[in-house]
Ligand binder design. Structure first.
Ligand code: NDP
Ligand code: GDR
Length: 368
């Protein structure tokens, strides 16, 4: 039975990857952080039903813990998905982002080396399209020069190169998946797609009145996390370690994703105005789907609070290498993914609305 260690197992990708590896017959080990409240919601279901998954306390900032875990587990595959992964937050906590995202990666690579596992443990590094930042070429491919635009991306650039360096220096099987944005119903609530689907769902059920966003001109190449974790596993099954761009090859704006999500929830929107004065007004409603919304209501506004000190305006990936060398193509379109996310959030919103209607106090966390 192959053993895999996943850092970031409690996150979006970690939870899907754990399920995939268990299906493939792996013994799965995951690193979890101690928190003051439960933080294993995304893996609880699989932990409750599968005896081949084991969670260990630890942290990417704690070398001795990582060395000990790698020694105890002796993993065949190590997926480094753990990160301070929020670009906007990395401007607030730049040093912490560097510690976890950059230094955390070298700590893991050293844990493999110190335990003499260079020839046994295959290493996957969660690299990112944010490395391309202020893009030098469109679409972006493996050979496109990097120009990171945030403390997060700069830290990830160190992680990218140290992974390449350990492959070249010590013959380790270590590779980078340069993944473009990927989402799902398990996406963290403060990333833009989930913030949109969740707030639109809440608005449709009368739980919130307005969605506040930053730069809605921003263009992204959005795929589904399930397609992307399949590729993470495939990358570690090759004869020779290599780096791959993983993307859909299509991009849409944040504004378009709002429009698409609202339509899924039975709300047709018209965008008017420019810059921070842009708004979206309801022009038609399917009352069966969105019982609490009225025509004429302004349900999207721009807030300067959500603009970043430096923005990545456009990202569009070219996944040709992954297609040619690994036979990988994404199976889920952005429209299908959006529909799945909205349906999931409407389901949750309906549960909240029902509780509220029956006199229970329901507090909804809002991004601030
Ligand atoms: P999430 O934010 O959903 O998950 C991040 C995970 O990292 C969580 O399990 C989190 O734990 C854990 N983590 C955070 N800090 C530490 C730490 N100090 N020590 C150990 N673990 C820590 O991210 P995703 O699942 O979306 O992304 C997975 C990886 O892929 C990340 O590295 C991200 O940067 C990268 N990536 C993501 C893309 C995307 O579009 N999703 C695209 C390209 C790259 P906790 O649950 O306790 O917070
Ligand atoms: P990103 O994802 O920064 O690309 O990083 P995010 O969803 O946070 O932002 C995408 C774009 O939307 C714009 N935006 C907003 N973003 C957020 N979060 N909240 C808002 O209110 C808002 N309004 C507009 C942003 O400015 C941006 O242009 C994600 C993370 O998963 C990284 O870890 C990963 O490396 C990259 O994707 C690829």
């Amino acid at each position: 039975m192959k053993k895999a260690l996943i850092t970031g197992i409690t996150g979006q990708d970690g939870s899907y990857l754990a399920e995939l590896l268990l299906e493939k017959g792996y013994e799965v080990h995951g690193l979890i952080r101690r928190a003051s409240s439960f933080n294993t919601e995304r893996v609880d279901a699989v932990c409750n039903t599968n005896k081949n998954i084991h969670l260990h306390y630890g942290d990417l900032t704690d070398s001795s813990n990582l060395i000990r875990l790698v020694k105890e587990i002796q993993p065949d595959e190590l997926y480094n998905l753990g990160a301070m992964s929020h670009v906007a937050v990395s401007f607030e906590s730049p040093e912490y982002a560097a510690d976890v995202d950059a230094m955390g990666t070298i700590r893991l690579l050293e844990a493999i080396r110190i335990n003499g596992l260079e020839k046994k443990t295959r290493f996957y590094q969660a690299s990112t399209s944010e490395l391309f930042g202020d893009v030098r070429e469109t679409p972006q491919r493996e050979t496109t020069p990097f120009y990171p635009r945030s403390p997060y991306a700069v830290a990830k650039m160190y992680a990218y190169w140290i992974t390449v360096n350990y492959r070249e220096s010590y013959g380790m099987y270590a590779c980078n998946g340069i993944l473009f944005n990927h989402e799902s119903p398990r996406r963290g609530e403060t990333f833009v797609t989930r913030k949109i689907t969740r707030t639109i769902a809440n608005i449709s059920q009368g739980l919130e009145s307005c969605l506040q966003l930053g730069n809605i001109d921003s263009l992204r190449d959005w795929g589904h996390a399930k397609d992307y974790v399949r590729m993470q596993w495939m990358m570690l099954q090759q004869d020779v370690a290599d780096d791959f761009v993983i993307a859909t090859g299509k991009q849409i704006s944040v504004r378009e994703f709002v429009r698409m999500s609202a339509l899924e929830a039975g709300i047709e929107l018209e965008f008017t105005g420019t810059g921070v004065d842009e708004i979206a007004t309801v022009i038609a409603i399917d009352h069966d789907k969105a019982p609490s919304v009225n025509v004429g209501a302004v349900i999207v506004r721009i807030s300067p609070k959500f603009f970043r000190p430096a923005e990545v305006e456009t990202l569009l990936g070219d996944p040709s290498k992954a297609k040619e060398k690994l036979g990988w193509t994404p199976e889920i379109t952005v429209e299908e993914m959006c529909a799945e996310m909205v349906a999931n959030d409407i389901n949750k919103a309906k549960q909240h609305a029902l509780l509220k209607a029956n006199g229970f106090d329901v507090a909804i966390s809002l991004e601030n």
